[in-house]
Write a protein that binds this ligand. Sequence first.
Ligand SMILES: Nc1ncnc2c1ncn2[C@@H]1O[C@H](COP(=O)(O)OP(=O)(O)OP(=O)(O)O)[C@@H](O)[C@H]1O
Ligand SMILES: [Mg+2]
Length: 243
Amino acid sequence: MTSDVLLKAHGLNAWYGAAQILFDVNLQVGAGEVVALMGRNGAGKSTTLKTLMGLLARRTGTLHFLGTDISARAPFEVARMGLGYVPEDRRIFADLTVLENLEVGRQPPRRRADGTTVPAWTHERLFRLFPNLGEMPGRAGARISGGEQQMLTVARTLMGNPHLVLLDEPSEGVAPLIVEQMAQTILELKAQGVSILLSEQNLHFAQLVSDRAYVLEKGQIRYQASMAELSANEEVRRAYLSL
Ligand SMILES: Nc1ncnc2c1ncn2[C@@H]1O[C@H](COP(=O)(O)OP(=O)(O)OP(=O)(O)O)[C@@H](O)[C@H]1O
Ligand SMILES: [Mg+2]
C-alpha cells in the first residue's frame, strides 16, 4: 500500500441478519481526495459506509486505514484513529446547545504519518466554515433548522480532527441553498486537507465536489472512474443513476 492511501477496502461482504447486502466491494480513498459513492435508492451506499465504520454485525473482507488493518476493530477504535462518520439520520442532541453538541465530538489533536500535526479544529475555525452556527452558539439543537442541524453534525465530526470523513448523503432532504453551501463546505474542507468519502444520489452535487466516483448497484461496485469520466458516460448514468 502506498503511504498516501488513507482507506482501503478489499473484498468486503456485509450482512443484515441473514441477508447479504454487500458483495466483494473494493474501494480506496487517497489523502486529499473527495470520492463519491453513487447509486440509486437501496443500492447499498449507507451500508457501505456503515460497514467501513464497523457498524454491521457481520462483515468479511479486509480493511486498512492509515496502513493499519482495522478489519477486526470496533467502531469507537476506528473513530479514535481519525475516521469520522456523519450518518444518514444525523442525530444531534436536541437538549444541548450548538456549542455543547460540538464538545461531544472533541478528540485530541492528531499527527500525520510524517509526524506533522493536523491543525486542530476549534469553535472559531468551525464557525468560519459554518457562519450560521456561529450566530447561534447558545441555541438548543432542537431550535435550529434542518439545514443547520446538518451543518452541526458535520461540524461535530470535525471536532474529532478526522483524517477522513465518511459523509452519508450530504445533499439529501435539504433546501437547494443549503445544498450549494454544503458543496462549498466540502471543497473548503478538501482545501484544508480533510479527505472525504461521500454517498450521494445527486449527480449534480457529486460533480461539484468529487474527484472520483464508485457506482453501486445491488451491493456491488459496477463502475469506477474519475468524476469527469462518469459525467461523460451516459450509458452508465442511465443504467445505475436516477437520470
Ligand atoms: N437495517 C436494515 N436491515 C435489513 N436490511 C436493510 C437495513 N438497512 C438497509 N437494508 C437493505 O439493504 C439494502 C441497501 O440499503 P442502503 O440503505 O445501504 O442503501 P442506500 O444506497 O443507502 O439507499 P438510500 O438512497 O435509500 O439511502 C437495501 O436493500 C435495504 O433494504
Ligand atoms: Mg442511504
